[in-house]
Design a protein around this ligand. Sequence first.
Ligand SMILES: C[S@@+](CC[C@H](N)C(=O)[O-])C[C@H]1O[C@@H](n2cnc3c(N)ncnc32)[C@H](O)[C@@H]1O
Length: 311
Amino acid sequence: MLEEAYLTYKNIVRRKHSISELREARNRMFELYLQLQKSPLSVRRKVPYNIRRHIGKLLSNHKGRERRANNIPSPIKTNRKISDVVTLSYRLRKFQVRKFIIRKAIEMLESPIKALTLPGTEWLFERDLLLTERCEKIVGIECDKNLYKFSQFNLPFKNSNIAFLNKTDEEFFSTPKGERKYSTIWPDTEVKFNLIWLDYMGPFTKNRLTVFEKALQNDFVEDKILFGVTFLKGRENIYTQNLYKETVSDKDEPINKLRSKAITTLYLDIAKKCGYRTKVLDIVEYKEPSGGAHTAPMILILLFLQKGGIE
Ligand SMILES: C[S@@+](CC[C@H](N)C(=O)[O-])C[C@H]1O[C@@H](n2cnc3c(N)ncnc32)[C@H](O)[C@@H]1O
């Protein structure tokens, strides 16, 4: 029966019959296919493998199109993304990076810490930061709607110091003054940050600089600020690779050698343009010990910015 429905469908496709006829034949074929999938293997095998496979693909494409039309994310992709972020949180070197940033923040910042972070799903950095008892406020942002919902469940118990927003970093730093209400708990709306860690999962792009510039220009930061940024080491597109080459004088060097110097220079230039003196505290290129999953090499750039004082 399924074979017949399949041939009818193919025939309609070939002859370009009406859309409604095509839809009817397709739905009938999908219905029979789904029924067959519930049967024992011996029954399924009576329909040739290539036909079952083709219908399976048509069905999966059709579901994908429907999901896209209705703006529904694929459950497999969503779960994979959440599970990726969870796994990334438990990378060994990541624990060291978090502690390093917190130690530097305690050392360099005099006033209570007001942090802006990308917490991911686990809130590990933010929990430790609160434990220092030097942290007054944390605003966490997450651009992905499903990750945001998942992370909300994981919020640390004592979370009155935390506001969590479903926004991209660019949207966040574009919020006009007067609309910067992060949490109903905090009476003051205009929090200025002195610790920002943008822990990106992907490579550096020019847009990251736009975000940095907006943070400095749109009055989101205090006069002394610790700014950290993490990138994937690699997978830059050709425009970014060219930007690296334009930024440093050693144009013939391989990208691996240019990257950290170029990215740091680009950040320093923006800080200078916005009236900040900058000290590069560290550039850490790290990779997990081999063997585990998610061992992609990363780069952390940690800067200390101070308003004014530029000769
Ligand atoms: C690497 S994870 C953060 C991990 C966390 N900082 C930690 O210490 O484990 C990055 C998170 O930021 C989100 N994200 C990436 N780019 C973003 C952007 N431009 N704006 C807002 N969220 C972003 C990702 O969806 C992901 O959940």
